[in-house]
Design a protein around this ligand. Structure first.
Ligand code: ZN
Length: 228
């Protein structure tokens, strides 16, 4: 009898753990649109919002073009989604930049997990590309790749490197640069920090939203999000 009880307890435990199966890299990733809808119903802070519906941001979604380190078009359309609180704070930061005649330009925001797996297959240096065993904060809707532009002309401010430059020059503490580049970069970093974003140690353009740990990994397609 005890054995049966034990066996049924083990069986129950293994079944309940399987509620959301782990993927081949040992992670739980929400890839089903129905599951995502249930998640945001249970907890509305999990909702991804479309940054294109906010006014005053500029966009150059590099992974929707072949102008990126993979040289391939990764995204079927040039979309930019983020969790609602991330979007709210981003817009607050943008307002501050506007006071100086500047605005944020988005290179990338929410990135479906399958794109992270693809990046890793192409470029295995996890200093620059997230490991599929961990996932990216972009997969959580909690990271943005950005720069500053003139809010009238849309022209980019000079920065230490172009986007996705995988060298030391892209590190936010790299100092062997002309003073104006350092000033532009540090102004971006310091202002974003005031609004709850932290720069990544090897990429001046990448910012993680503080509290990203509360948000799960997602592999929901842009097309599915647009239909909601
Ligand atoms: Zn990034």
């Amino acid at each position: 009898m005890r054995l049966i009880l034990l066996l049924s307890a083990v069986l129950f435990f293994s079944v309940s753990c399987q509620a959301q199966p782990k993927n081949e890299f040992g992670l739980k990733v929400t890839s089903d649109i129905k599951q995502y809808k249930q998640e945001i119903k249970n907890n509305p802070i999990l909702e991804l919002v479309n940054l294109r519906e906010y006014e005053g941001l500029f966009f150059d979604i590099k992974y929707a073009t072949s102008e990126n380190f993979t040289k391939e078009i990764i995204y079927p359309s040039a979309e930019a989604f983020a969790r609602k609180q991330v979007a709210t704070n981003l817009m607050r930061a943008n307002k501050t930049f506007n006071e100086r005649g500047l605005a944020l330009k988005i290179f990338d925001a929410y990135r479906p997990y399958s794109a992270t797996v693809k990046f890793y297959e192409i470029y295995r240096d996890t200093n620059y590309v997230a490991s599929p065993y961990i996932g990216s904060r972009h997969n959580r809707g909690c990271a943005v790749d950005i720069t500053l532009v003139d809010m009238e002309t849309g022209e980019e401010l000079p920065m230490p490197t172009a986007y996705d430059n995988f060298t030391e020059k892209a590190h936010p503490n790299f100092e062997d640069l002309p003073a104006n580049l350092i000033a532009n970069r540090d102004y971006l970093i310091e202002t974003m920090q005031q609004f709850g974003f932290k720069v990544y140690p090897t990429e001046w353009w990448h910012f993680d939203f503080n509290g990203w740990e509360q948000f799960n990994l997602l592999d929901i397609k842009f097309e599915d999000l647009k239909e909601l």
